[in-house]
Design a protein around this ligand. Structure first.
Ligand code: PEP
Length: 251
């Protein structure tokens, strides 16, 4: 069985003090949760402070990005090794905001993903289509390109640590969630792609998260779908009560 994961992407929000406060509230709300993985991704500058607060809780830490080199002349970048050193166990890669605003390509994301695995971090690979692409019937082509590009040169064993997040771009931060049927359809398509690229065993074990305006009032329906193994949550992850309710989804 695939263990569910609920991950909160705090994006470019919260000072160190605010991040510590939110992390402490989450620890208070979620200390007893044992049957699902809980991940939060604060800004880089708050990672080590938040790591201390969540240390003895079921909550784990993620970076929001990394660079595919370990050390060297790469001004302004952060390596997977340094994220691990800051207490992270996960890293979000290929978020649509980075693809769209910073021009990240599938091959660059693939380099990061390979380097992330070397550093003992679990990558959360984000993929998803725009509204125009969906309306032009290109969703499958886009997802296929992003999955094949992002997962190039990975072994079946490495796939055990990879998490995929399907985030239709038209649903991110817009309040427009995909219907449970739309999400399930995309997730089943992605799982089948993983099967074709790797094996039935890898496909059965790969966790695929849904992201895009997940809220307390729609999480239960989404999590009831066969191929939805968790959620990547933006806006609602900044409110302790909302995120805690999402973590405590009921099928
Ligand atoms: C995200 O940023 O990954 C996201 C899904 O955001 P939101 O939940 O706000 O749509």
């Amino acid at each position: 069985m695939r263990r569910p994961i609920i991950a909160g992407n705090w994006k470019l929000n919260l000072t160190i003090t605010e991040s510590k406060q939110l992390a402490q509230q989450l620890v208070n709300h979620l200390a007893d949760v044992a049957d699902r993985d809980i991940v939060i991704a604060p800004v880089f500058t708050a990672l080590t402070s938040v790591a201390e607060i969540i240390e003895k809780s079921p909550i784990q830490l993620a970076g929001q990005n990394c660079y595919p080199q370990t050390t060297g002349a790469f001004t302004g970048e952060v390596s997977p090794k340094l994220l691990r050193d800051s207490g992270c166990h996960y890293v979000i890669l290929g978020h649509s905001e980075r693809r769209q605003l910073l021009g990240e390509t599938d091959s660059f994301i693939n380099q990061k993903l390979l380097k992330t695995l070397e550093a003992d971090l679990k990558p959360i690979l984000c993929i998803g289509e725009t509204l125009q692409e969906r309306e032009d019937q290109q969703m499958q082509e886009i997802l296929s390109r992003q999955i094949k590009g992002g997962l190039t040169n990975l072994t079946e064993e490495q796939m055990g640590d990879v998490i995929i997040a399907y985030e239709p771009i038209w649903a991110i931060g817009t309040g427009k969630t995909a219907t449970t049927e739309q999400a399930q359809q995309a997730h089943a398509f992605i799982r089948n792609l993983v099967l074709e690229l790797f094996s039935p065993g890898v496909a059965a074990e790969t966790r695929i998260l849904y992201g895009g305006s997940v809220k307390p009032d729609n999480v239960d329906g989404l999590m009831g779908e066969e191929d939805i193994d968790g959620a990547l949550v933006g806006g609602a992850s900044l409110k302790a009560e909302d995120f805690s309710r999402i973590v405590r989804f009921k099928k």
